[in-house]
Design a protein around this ligand. Structure first.
Ligand code: M6R
Length: 611
């Protein structure tokens, strides 16, 4: 949801900013812009609607001068249409100050009216523009002080980067709610929305905290609270490599990330199940508390919500605990019944999803003393800081907007967490726990096999890519798999796709079925297999086209379905881990066949840091 990058150093800023900005394009891609100070102390801004390549084209026809300080932005529109005027950076009327912003200023309308009365002319429809005018109004020769006085008037979420014509060697940054990191280089420093943007330049980073601002020059970074108190920031060294943030020969990040799944799960199992013993480091909730909880409340959005739904089946089955799952955006506004005996589990790849953060705050306010555990991929994210414990998935950076490896890593974490709960609550016999552990250890091998034999999925995808509507049906623990399959398809192919519990088909969706629909049925070996077969027959009777996800060795299914995609045989509880792989691949192949931009689908952004 908007990417920002800033540079101050000794080298030419614009190529550095553009290259880094491209690594943030997954965060938003409807327009982009760059602002620089040349050493004659002119503030120069260039903006362009559309992807960063349009900005690059503009810079080729209107080159920028050499400059050693600058800011840049890639936008996902919230206030105002995608167009040149609404692209960042935004400036004040004297063209002295430029600002890039990620987040939403909730009181922008009041501030805008106030500033207009003071004579400010607004060029854009954005909420951000108030920040540049506000800083200019507060400016009395000290940029840090002007930013500090301005941000105190802002309500909402923001990560900002600011430069001023009067300070050609300085970059000021601040954050509340939206992520911002500082990269420490030699004779140069950076700000960025996310680590991959600067990973090829430095590994030393400061995760700026909420309510902190920073003043960067080429050889110094100082961090302050909004009250001006200096703080000693913690410097972290990022462990993942630049390769993880590059395509490495794959046509798309999404395909690369699908293929990374065996390695991600292998690494998880190695650290979390060393010697067959569960090691949930970071959980930070005692066995005594885990044994005493009465209910689990899972909150998440999108794909992470689907992982949470699978988590419900796992925990109910293994730990015999009652589990509720809600989308964060619904949870935060309903009168949920939770208390200190409820364990809140928040699931998020980015750890920055505004609705999930708000849901966690709401849960903490409602159930004083209740523990919050997050299942999260991004180290040091806002969600992690608001949780009592964190189970990191360590899946590496996920750049493709459509989540794949983060999902299967979240599922794996739910299995491990379910086993942990089962152990402390003595709710599942030791022999069954051991069997599940053994089966989990076989998953990376099965993944490799599934990904090697993907030509059948490609064939099925190509044969069905012309359908204008897809229905995904599953039962029990694979009902969430149906939801996830449908979400993947609609996100990147733009084909209307619905996920449904197969038993609900007769209550409405069956009206959709005719020879022009494709119906994906997850009919793997399970205690609801026969029920799925009956549903498939009902679809066939209405001329629907059936694609079945079935278990290897199932000889019956070919008599019912038009197409069969097989997954290896595995314990029923673990089938969601395998069944989703062909669905990810099928969505990918269909989107590619339709010529869509798989990694940056229209209207979406990787992390949704606004409500
Ligand atoms: O970063 P999060 O896991 O909190 O993000 C939640 C959703 O925005 C995300 O899963 C979204 O639905 C993906 N585009 C799904 O592919």
């Amino acid at each position: 949801m908007c990417g920002i990058i800033g540079y101050v150093g000794t080298r030419d800023a614009s190529p550095i900013l553009i290259e880094s900005l491209k690594k943030l394009e997954y965060r938003g891609y409807d327009s982009s812009g760059i602002g620089l100070l040349d050493h004659g102390s002119r503030l120069i801004v260039r903006k362009s609607k559309g992807k960063i390549r349009n900005l690059e084209e503009l810079l080729r026809s209107h080159p920028l001068p050499f400059s050693t300080v600058g800011i840049s932005h890639t936008r996902w529109a919230t206030h105002g249409l995608p167009c040149d005027e609404n692209a960042h950076p935004h400036t004040d009327n004297k063209h002295q100050i430029a600002v890039v912003h990620n987040g939403i200023i909730e009181n922008y309308a009041q501030l805008r009216e106030k500033l207009k009365k003071q004579g400010c002319r607004f060029i854009s429809q954005t909420d951000t523009e108030v920040i540049s005018h506000l800083i200019a109004a507060c400016y009395k020769g000290d940029l840090k002080e002007a930013v500090q006085r301005s941000i105190k008037q802002l309500k909402g979420a923001f990560a900002i980067g600011v430069i001023s014509k009067d300070h050609p060697d300085m970059l000021v940054a601040a954050r509340v709610g939206s992520p911002l990191i500082i990269g420490l280089g030699d004779d140069e420093n950076y700000i960025a929305s996310d680590v991959p943007a600067i990973l090829d330049r430095t590994r030393r980073v400061i995760y700026l905290q909420d309510g902190q601002m920073a003043v960067l020059t080429k050889d110094k970074v100082e961090v302050f609270t909004f009250d001006g108190k200096k703080v000693a920031p913690k410097i972290d060294t990022v462990s993942f490599t630049i390769g993880l943030a590059q395509k490495e020969g794959y046509k798309h990040f999404m395909l690369k990330e699908i293929h990374e799944q065996p390695g991600v799960l292998e690494a998880m199992l190695k650290t979390r199940l060393a010697g067959g013993k569960l090691k949930l480091e970071g959980l930070d909730v005692s066995d005594k508390v885990l044994a005493s909880i009465k209910k689990v409340m899972i909150v998440a959005c999108g794909t992470a919500y689907h992982a949470g739904l699978v988590g419900k089946y796992i925990i109910e089955s293994l730990a015999r605990l009652s589990v509720e799952v809600d989308t964060s955006s619904e949870f935060r506004y309903r009168s949920t019944i939770i208390d200190q005996n409820t364990l809140i589990v928040a699931v998020s790849q980015s750890g920055e999803t505004a609705d999930t953060l708000a849901a966690v705050r709401e849960a903490k306010a409602k159930a004083k003393g209740a523990k919050v555990v997050s299942i999260c991929n991004v180290v040091g994210s806002s969600l992690v800081r608001e949780s009592n414990g964190v189970l990191y998935t360590h899946a590496g950076p996920e750049i493709g907007v459509a989540s794949t490896k983060a999902y299967t890593a979240q599922l794996m974490m739910f299995y491990l967490f379910g086993l942990k709960l089962a152990q402390v609550r003595r709710s599942t016999p030791r022999s069954r726990i051991n069997k599940i552990i053994k089966d989990l250890q076989s998953i990376p091998r099965h993944y490799k096999e599934l990904l090697k034999k993907n030509s059948n999925v490609l064939k099925v995808a190509e044969a069905n890519s012309h359908f204008g509507c897809f229905l995904y049906l599953g039962r029990n623990i694979n009902f969430p798999t149906a939801l996830e399959g449908a979400l993947k398809l609609k996100e990147i192919s733009y084909i209307p796709a619905e996920g449904y519990p197969a038993g609900e088909m007769k209550h409405g969706p069956i009206a959709l079925i005719d020879e022009y629909r494709a119906v994906v049925c997850i009919a793997v070996a399970s205690h609801v297999y026969e029920k799925m077969i009956s549903n498939i027959q009902e679809i066939r009777a209405r001329k629907g086209n059936v694609i079945a996800i079935a278990t290897q060795g199932d000889r019956e299914i070919a008599h019912h379905a038009h197409y069969v995609i097989e997954i290896p045989r595995i314990e029923e509880l673990l089938t969601p881990l395998l069944a989703v792989i062909p669905l990810q691949l099928m969505a990918y192949y269909i989107a590619v066949k339709r010529g869509n931009d798989v990694d940056q689908p229209r209207n979406l952004a990787k992390s949704v840091t606004v409500e």
